[in-house]
Design a binder for this molecule. Structure first.
Ligand code: FMN
Length: 195
């Protein structure tokens, strides 16, 4: 085979190991929302995750991204299997347990498998390092999502006692996901003006 293979052929036949320098690992997809509405799902015991879900909803509204807030009481497998992008905000209570509003979801949905290969998500896990099982429910939920094929946009963000840095990191990640949407809309608008 000559040196100048078309790219599609190189991809088809592959290349011997070590024939080109290792490329940096790339995420499965870009860090961006697609133009579907974003589902914001929260599980909260004392209201912190609920308030953060509302703040995230406002943030997306400001960025021109449609979103819908739902609590874990209303969340079911069918909703997740038909969603393309979800932001989860969940706390841990009792001894590393889920909030009460996530009880049915835990017992009915998380004990089974689901088809979540189409799902991209971000997860904010609220907890307190003073408890033995830090962010227990957030970690269990994350493991279940991944085991069922869902793809995280970024590693789970864990929040110790409402730590401001971790919360800033969450909002920055949401802004990064929304930025291309905002840029795309601005671009479409300017194209319309020119036309
Ligand atoms: C009774 C009680 C039990 C808790 N148990 C845990 C726990 O096991 N692990 C943990 O990481 N955080 C635990 N926390 C901390 C909460 O997860 C944290 O305060 C969180 O911000 C609460 O969010 P929420 O208001 O949305 O429920 C507990 C808090 C309370 C009041």
């Amino acid at each position: 085979m000559g040196m100048f293979q078309p790219v599609w052929l190189q991809e088809l036949i592959g290349e011997p190991a070590g024939s080109r320098p290792a490329a940096p690992a790339e995420p499965v997809t870009g860090m961006r929302f697609v133009p579907d509405p974003v589902l914001i799902a929260y599980a909260s015991q004392t209201g912190v995750a609920e308030d953060l879900a509302a703040a995230t909803h406002e943030q997306l509204r400001g960025a021109g991204v449609a979103s819908q807030v739902v609590d874990f009481e209303a969340l079911d497998r069918a909703m997740l299997e038909s969603a393309s992008q979800v932001l989860f905000l969940v706390s841990t209570t009792y001894d590393g347990d889920r909030p009460d509003m996530a009880e049915t979801f835990s017992h009915m949905v998380m004990v089974q498998s689901a088809s979540l290969a189409q799902l991209h998500y971000g997860l904010l896990a609220l907890g307190d390092r003073g408890y033995e099982d830090f962010c227990g429910f957030g970690r269990t939920l994350d493991a279940w999502l991944q085991a069922n094929g869902a793809q995280a946009w970024f590693p789970r963000i864990e929040v110790d006692d409402e730590d401001a840095c971790a919360l800033e990191h969450w909002h920055a990640q949401v802004a990064a996901l929304a930025a291309p949407v905002t840029a795309w809309r601005a671009d479409a608008l300017s194209t319309e003006r020119i036309a």
